[in-house]
Design a protein around this ligand. Sequence first.
Ligand code: WT7
Length: 650
Amino acid sequence: MTHQATNDHIDTLLHESRVIAPSAEFVARARVSREDYDRMYRRSLDDPDGFWGDVAGELHWMRRWDRVLDWQEPHAQWFVGGQTNVAHNALDRQVAAGRGDKTAILWEGEDGEVRTYSYSELLREVKRAANALTALGVEQGDRVTLYLPLIPEAAIAMLACARIGAVHSVVFGGFSVSALADRLGDAGSKLLITADAGQRRGGLVGLKANADEAARNTPSLERMLVVCRADCGVPMQPGRDLWWHEALAEAGDEHEAAPLDSEHPLFVLYTSGSTGKPKGVLHTTGGYMVGTYLTTQAVFDLRDDDVYWCTADVGWVTGHSYSVYGPLLNGATVLMYEGAPNHPDWGRFWRLVERHRVTILYTAPTAIRSFMRQGDAIPAGYDLGSLRLLGSVGEPINPEAWMWYSRVIGGGRCPVVDTWWQTETGAIMLTTLPGAHPGKPGSAGLPMFGVEPAIMTRDGEELGPDDGGLLVIKRPWPSMLRTVYGDDERYRKTYWGEIPHVYFAGDGARRDADGYVTVMGRVDDVLNVSGHRLGTMEIESALVAHPAVAEAAVVGRPDEVKGEGVVAFVLPQSGFTVNAGELRAHVSREIGALARPDAIIVADALPKTRSGKIMRRFLRQIAAGKSIEGDTSTLEDPGVLDRLAATPVA
Ligand code: WT7
């Protein structure tokens, strides 16, 4: 096993043996019981066509599929020949079912402003936006990039794209100009939807200014739609830029959702891999819809009177699947909160729960750990009695944080579901179901319907209970990525080429005798910083783009709050001195604040083999302040390790 398996959280996971059963009260009302799970899971593997056909049949199709699955490894097509529309299923279908007046989106801005949209109101806005996009020349299959704060317009724009068959590519509002430009260029978007600014910790984030700069190098870009969020007077380029509210005011509110092939692309979402260039993960219509629909209702035990809050920004896949598509496909009331978790103070999340009577909360371990640090007294000051279920996602959750979440936030009465999945998997893959399975703190749990996991060696040998190895999935599932946008070769190699005939997740894991899978972290050069994926190569190329840096190597080190922190080893260009503060600011500018190195070590050499390969294993040990373990004899200059360990950290 490689590096992440050595961090401290993992050590505690290995000794964890607590089993926390859901209350009898929760079990009695649960949507999926233990027996249901066993029966459904069996059927999903033995009769996948029957199982998935039944789930898909609960949704609206303009044309029924001819075949449930066509699998030509590594390419899957689901619900082949079927036609549907995700936005129609999320909105029109709910209104037709009598949910027109039910609140769909309940949004709170960082400044405390509240806006709500009923299902009918949301549908009307989405229809207008769909007409506005069409009026701007956006056609089926065209890519539209969204660079927005977490405001209702983000969901509206996504759904409007889905409604007309345009492919959205959401770029997180915290990403830099060059990250945005790369993603705009790779997708070849002709339209960018942004806002004048976003609000963060009381200040403004100038999204339009970044968008203008990114647009300069994007020849495909024709138009820009700008949401007026902050009313801060940004310049508009005549002939190119248009205000969102003006475009929607001119658009009609009649619109029929386009019937789209089940395999019509729904969205591209960029994520980091082990090479420098982020991958455009492509998801399509039918399978993604069915996967997010089913997992949202089963994992979150969703009922009609729930107030459901997933804290993820729409810039990440969690925001796509569980802030927008999954809950709306189930007719849920979704809370969206624009701002920082600790603004204006650490009680903000709990005030939101109390104010909006949130029943289901889905957030990340990094947030849980930072709340935990602030002490129990803060959440104790709020009425959290509305909560009935808690979820965790994005990185391994250490048992202490799991127990704290359960006890202090859940009052000991709420089941905690730890959900493992990825941008690529589209939907939750491993979890416990809250009324069916006891939780084991630190372990994600059992496979979702249709998911067949295994733990393997690099050579594809399947390992038994409690042996650590590589997490793979042995068959295709509806919401899996279809390809890497514009680079099918990379798709084949990365996911189905590492170990023959299985999907390679890139995570290390083990499975216990009950079948619970504990995910231990990435085995490739991908870091997980506060639940966000960052490629070490991406940060390295940002670093070497600075004139003072000749060479750079980036590794992760365990971080109590963020899960992993970023440590950069840099060799200065001769004649330059490296200024750590300036380098940090440079990385923020190049990628985004989330990639800022926590520590910078200015080195005179890096540990390399004779063939010139950097031995990151040793850099990780140095970064974590550990003594060097392992065979150093292949190093060209073994002395470099002692010199590095003695170098001050900036
Ligand atoms: C990577 C995927 C899909 C959710 C947001 C992150 C790690 C995610 C867990 C979990 C342990 C987890 C894995 C995975 N991860 N959830 N519950 N337990 N690790 O999506 O950015 O595509 O990152 O996040 O390492 O491979 P992502």
